[in-house]
Design a protein around this ligand. Structure first.
Ligand code: SF4
Length: 322
């Protein structure tokens, strides 16, 4: 089974792979890393201009490590999921001028999960280590007709399929196949190099089975903190009881800070899940949805939080009762 998959897959990849800026040989580990981080949750065509601007400004690991975080975030502005940029910057500063060469060592750096560590280790250093992202999980789920949660099974199968010494190419080929041929809604089985071996090609839509999402937690805000660039913190604990501007129980009541003095960014929140609480105020679709939900729970509705590269965080001066 291994050769019936590996040989046609690698042969197809050699002929059909897309010419992307981070695929220039020889691979630069720093560039591989930046591209993998940017590609998380983001389409290739969106990433390319960001990647090129980022690499023009921070061409090396040393340049990124020496940069101000604000400059990194400004170049990231619009890509979303800003924790990626913060972790990229922190990892550049903490890796000692050189990325470790193994997935195990990479995992010790900020922002390196199992996928990113395996991607950098295999693509840049050709370590024999498997990886599974959404594309790989989908391809393997279809080829092997995996039922239930495909991801854990896919990790095991990917490790067994790995051709020693060519792991980087194999991993990249599987990801490329999932991104360009074995796509979620319209797999092009007629031009797939794995069609001979694929068990699910007659009904690819069945695989992988849809994942059940766990119920999201209810957020109840106890306090919010706003921090200015100079380190000053604006903090007011919300009193118990229903929100009312008239009675002065609104968190923002009486707080009519101008945009220049009010907030540079949200520093912290307090809720049952502090990580979620912090992300609730980031400028992402998920953040906005959580913010609206949190606001409903707390009985008030913050109007808008915005951020751009040239202007600091801005908050509506006052929340209105829901
Ligand atoms: S044959 Fe079709 S379903 Fe199977 S891996 Fe290829 S594109 Fe996906």
């Amino acid at each position: 089974m291994i050769s019936t998959l590996t040989v046609p897959l690698l042969s197809w990849f050699a002929q059909s792979r897309r010419d992307l800026p981070w695929r220039k040989e020889p691979r630069d580990p720093y560039r591989v890393w930046v591209s993998e981080v940017m590609l998380q949750q983001t389409r290739v065509d969106v990433v390319v201009p960001y990647y090129e601007r980022f690499l023009a400004r921070f061409p090396t690991l040393e340049a990124l490590a020496a940069a101000e975080l604000d400059d990194v975030l400004a170049l990231w502005s619009g890509l979303g999921y800003y924790a990626r940029a913060r972790n990229l910057h922190r990892a550049a500063q903490s890796c000692g001028g050189e990325l470790p060469r193994t997935a195990e060592a990479l995992r010790a750096l900020p922002g390196f999960g199992p996928y990113t560590a395996a991607a950098v280790a295999s693509l840049a250093f050709n370590q024999d280590v498997a990886l599974v992202d959404g594309n790989v999980a989908r391809v393997l789920a279809r080829v092997f007709k995996l039922s239930g949660d495909a991801r854990p099974q896919a990790w095991k199968i990917a490790g067994e399929l790995l051709p020693r010494g060519r792991s980087g190419q194999f991993n990249e080929a599987l990801m490329e196949l999932g991104a360009t041929v074995c796509t979620p809604r319209a797999p092009d089985c007629a031009r797939c190099p794995l069609r001979q071996a694929c068990g699910g090609k007659d009904d690819p839509a069945r695989y992988p089975a849809p994942r059940r999402r766990p119920a999201r937690p209810l957020l109840r805000w106890k306090a919010l903190a706003l921090r200015r660039k100079d380190g000053a913190v604006l903090l007011q604990r919300r009193p118990a009881g229903p929100c009312s501007r008239a009675s002065g129980t609104c968190l923002w009541s009486g707080r009519r800070e101008s945009a220049s003095t009010a907030t540079s960014r949200i520093a912290a929140g307090s809720s049952r899940r502090s990580r979620t609480a912090r992300s609730a105020f980031r400028s992402s679709p998920r953040g906005r949805a959580e913010r609206r939900r949190a606001a409903r729970c707390a009985g008030w509705r913050p109007k808008a939080w915005r951020r751009s590269a040239s202007r600091p965080w801005r908050a509506s001066p006052c929340a209105r009762p829901a």
